[in-house]
Design a binder for this molecule. Structure first.
Ligand code: ADP
Length: 617
């Protein structure tokens, strides 16, 4: 690498000399222009702020006006014979003309008939243009030579993203880590002065849609440097040499710019650990070449290039160790799926520029969207806005958000789907079974929303609040099994012991949970000895025993759900009937039904029923 570095240093010195020369030349020109302006410029009309000019118009002080639309200036001749000029925003020209005409001033829009104005402004314009040119040159790096290569090669001007850290929510730790990179990009010397090896790059690790790309863009945005993105999947099945060349081109572009963020999405597509031995396919070799080229490029930029490589992946464990060696992507930053607070923050970020009604409660939306990524939450907010538009509303209300959550989680409602009366009744009872079990069981999550509108493959859905607890207690695991069984049990109650295949999804989830309780969590009479999945799959005595215990858990859950729902048949019936009528019920509405049924049971009039609704009268 030594020759490369000395080349860099040489070119840097040359660049600095060139910069100094050109800058000195420009300054001399500006100084000369100032002298010329001072000597040549005649005593012109006084330049006043637009507000003052408009005030004069309004006060009727203006005799005549000459507008130069192209230069966006106006020369006003006042009643007392003096004249002033004012600049105005181009878009204001029409309004200003109207004001002048209304005020009875003689208006002229021909700049040639405004003697003195243009000629007196000309030297000033020359100077402004010169200074502007200098500023432009400084900003674009034309003087420093940073862009000159690019200009020669006809590359586009690289964009600095507008994203900021304030756009990224729910991953505070990752943002904190990224701030240091921004510090480096802004003021690298502070690091090198004290001998710190500046960061080369970082690996952002997390599931899809958690904001890794957004975070990388925000680093570039905060540091004011361009963003050079690249996706690993672009390289899959490319022609020989194309991947490696693309990598080189990208790094070249970044090097020719005055710093930047190189972002490689899905780096695992390129950076998987190199496989050993023979038996390589052509694609493997190609991928390897791309990876090697990337490693070379990463080693090749020295510290005066303010370039940081950020790469994103869901699987840090499969990456080639060469990529994560010190001096390369040696920092790992976790960008996990957001927890409840994180989800609230993400929703808030996306809702802040949208017109939200007062009844919107983002905390409650966050509570019932466990497992959703930042991207899905962004989609929820957007879908809610779409829903508001469809309903012709000016504000996005909580009904729109409820609908959006369901749409994003389960697919769009199939309003045109043909649903027979029988299917609707079965669905309503099935969902009411889950809902009532969840309402009544101590350790169960609350049902926040239940719907019998068909969506995607589902006939209906009961939406549980979910929670972000890391630990699952045995009580909650058992309650989950009973809630799962509630759907099947309700069908049996509706159909006098008959039932449908509608519980398939519930049974599959409950079976997996029950098996895990037996083989992994030590939560059954099977005891504490764990059993691996292969043993269960292979059959044999242990597998048989394990399955028997899991089945027992499910049977017990079915029995418990049966006694619970039989004992609360009035509530079950009421919820199912309301569902048939309203199609969707929220937790607040469910509580009202629960209170009414409880009051009826006690033979009382439900005087308090309204107190539980969202909008008390
Ligand atoms: P990833 O790169 O992790 O797959 P993205 O950054 O592409 O995810 O996320 C896609 C979009 O989802 C973002 O542009 C943003 O609108 C939204 N989003 C994702 N995560 C977050 C977050 N943590 N905060 C705010 N918005 C987010």
């Amino acid at each position: 690498m030594a020759p490369q570095q000395s080349h860099h240093q040489r070119s840097r010195a040359a660049r600095h000399r060139r910069t100094a020369l050109v800058a000195a030349g420009m300054l001399a020109a500006v100084a000369a222009a100032v002298v010329v302006v001072e000597q040549v410029m005649p005593e012109g009309p006084e330049q006043v702020p637009l507000s003052e000019a408009v005030a004069a118009v309004a006060a009727g002080d203006v005799e005549s006006a000459s507008m130069d639309e192209a230069a966006a200036t106006v020369l006003l001749t006042l009643q007392d014979g003096s004249s002033v000029t004012a600049a105005f925003p181009k878009a204001y020209a029409g309004t200003l003309t109207e004001q002048l005409v209304d005020a009875g001033a003689e208006v002229d829009t021909d700049p040639l008939r405004a003697p003195g104005l243009l000629s007196s402004l000309l030297p000033l314009l020359v100077m402004v243009a010169l200074v502007g040119g200098l500023v432009w040159a400084m900003r674009t790096g034309a003087l420093t030579g940073a862009r000159s290569m690019k200009g020669r090669r006809g590359k586009q001007v690289d964009d600095v993203p507008s994203a900021r850290f304030s756009d990224v929510a729910g991953c505070e730790e990752a943002v904190t880590e990224m701030r240091e990179l921004v510090e480096f990009l802004r003021d690298g010397e502070r690091f090198t002065r004290v001998g710190a090896r500046p960061p080369r790059g970082a690996l952002l690790v997390g599931p899809p849609g958690t904001g890794k790309t957004l975070l990388a863009r925000a680093v570039a945005g905060e540091a004011g440097v361009p963003f050079f993105p690249l996706a690993g999947s672009d390289f899959v099945e490319t022609y020989a040499g194309v991947g490696a060349r693309r990598v080189r081109d990208l790094f070249d572009r970044a090097r020719n710019s005055d710093g930047g963020i190189i972002f490689i999405d899905e780096i695992d597509a390129i950076g998987r650990a190199r496989s050993e031995g023979p038996g390589h396919s052509g694609a493997d070799t190609e991928r390897e070449n791309t990876l090697i080229s990337m490693l070379n490029e990463m080693d090749g930029f020295d510290t005066d290039h303010r370039i940081i490589v950020l790469a994103a992946t869901n699987r840090a464990d499969v990456l080639d160790p060469a990529l994560t060696r010190p001096g390369r992507l040696d920092r790992q930053v976790q960008v996990p799926a957001p927890d409840r607070r994180g989800r609230t923050e993400i929703l808030t970020v996306h809702a802040r520029s949208r017109p939200m009604a007062d009844d919107v409660d983002l905390v409650s939306v966050a509570r019932r969207t466990p497992g959703m990524s930042g991207a899905e939450l962004a989609q929820v907010v957007n879908e809610a806005c779409m829903e508001a538009a469809r309903r012709g509303l000016h504000l996005v209300d909580s009904d729109c958000l409820d609908a959006a959550v369901a749409t994003v989680a389960l697919g769009r409602a199939r309003t045109a789907a043909l649903v027979t009366d029988f299917d609707r009744r079965v669905t309503a009872w099935h969902e009411a079974g889950h809902t009532v079990a969840a309402l009544l069981l101590d350790h169960a999550d609350d049902p926040v929303q239940v719907s019998i509108v068909p969506r995607g493959p589902a006939g209906g859905v009961t939406w549980m609040s979910g929670n972000d607890d890391m630990f699952l207690t045995r009580g909650r695991a058992l309650a989950d099994l009973r809630v799962s069984m509630g759907g099947r049990v309700a069908e049996e109650l509706l159909l006098d012991g008959e039932f449908t295949q509608g519980a398939h999804g519930d049974l599959s989830a409950a079976s997996a949970r029950a098996l895990a309780m037996v083989t992994k969590y030590g939560m059954s009479r099977h005891g504490y000895l764990l059993v691996d999945d292969d043993t269960v799959r292979m059959g044999g005595e242990v597998a048989h025993e394990v399955r028997a215990v899991a089945e027992e858990l499910l049977r017990q859950a079915h029995r418990d759900a049966t006694s619970l729902l039989t004992g609360n048949r009035a509530l079950l019936t009421a919820v199912a009937e309301q569902l048939l009528e309203a199609e969707n019920l929220t937790l607040a509405q469910l509580r009202v039904i629960q209170a009414e049924v409880a009051a009826r049971d006690l033979g009382r009039i439900p005087v308090q029923a309204g107190a539980r609704t969202r909008e008390p009268a």
